[in-house]
Design a binder for this molecule. Sequence first.
Ligand code: BYC
Length: 309
Amino acid sequence: MDKFEAAFNELIEKELKIEPRDWMPEKYREHLIRQVSQHAHSEVIGMQPEGNWLLRAPSLRSKQVLLAKIQDEAGHGLYLYSVAETLGISRQEMVQQLHEGKAKYSSIFNYPTLTWADMGAVGWLVDGAAITNQVSLQRTSYGPYSRGMVRICKEESFHQRQGYEIMMQMAFGTPEQKEMAQDALNRFWFPALMMFGPHDKDSAHSSQAMKWKIKIESNDHLRQKFIDHTVKQIEYLGLKSPDPNMKWNEATGHYDHSPFNWDEFWNVVNGNGPCNQERLDHHKKVHNDNKWVREAAAAYALKTETQVA
Ligand code: BYC
């Protein structure tokens, strides 16, 4: 082991941060580029199912709040693309990988948002699951990613409350509204749990990620944490559990649940979910339509640079 590797291992061992200027193993760099770029793409693609409801939000207030949330997601995408850029990849390359199907984004955004209650379920469950994972990632070993997560988590907790507020309005509203809330919960529950990734035993990257302290807690551990605190929120709303086998287990101190449909998960992850094609096509179209904006911004930046020089 050379002195650079020893210095890297010592930083990891002491739970200090690896910074862009530090030496790091090539595999550590590649691992982070994969995870952070996928995370960035998720934030950006995640705007689509919510954007679907912007023009149909039921009040001016709900429209303003939803718009602010969607703008926050764009911001998160930008922080994360910047984090990945510190690892030596350009945003252009990352977008190209997304368009060529070489980079993934979270499976959850391949499900449609059919009713206004879905905006509640997305904020409550999807942002709720995202926070559970991201609070843990605040302690990740790569400095820029860890600091990005601190800011993102603050905004995500506002998003989670925005979703829960919609769920409360619907669940405590008319019988039809309560039915819509239940239907949204039923459709988003299992897909939200799958956001945490495959079971630990099937997770290809977890073992190395945990050695490098990129991942602090495992997929299954975070998923169980999310289930345990969300069950009480379901009860408060007066809704039924979408999982008939969800029961408190005195011995483990956790809720038991039904087995997940991993065939559905892999089907969605591999591009065959209900909205995969639509999400990607939309991203490609908008990226292409807005080419002139990027060119104008680059030309303006060049002009300003020349003037300063
Ligand atoms: N969807 O070895 P594994 C948000 C892939 S929230 C798609 O366990 P890892 C937002 C995985 O990439 C969502 N693919 O992987 C919220 C790998 O394939 P590759 C974003 C998935 O990395 C509200 C393979 O399966 N959050 O943005 O150790 C509104 C094997 O899995 C999924 C993050 O990205 C999935 N659910 O663990 C708007 C958090 N799960 O790469 C926006 C950061 C697994 O070998 N990411 N795969 O081709 C992580 O914490 C981890 O990457 C994961 C997966 C827990 C997601």
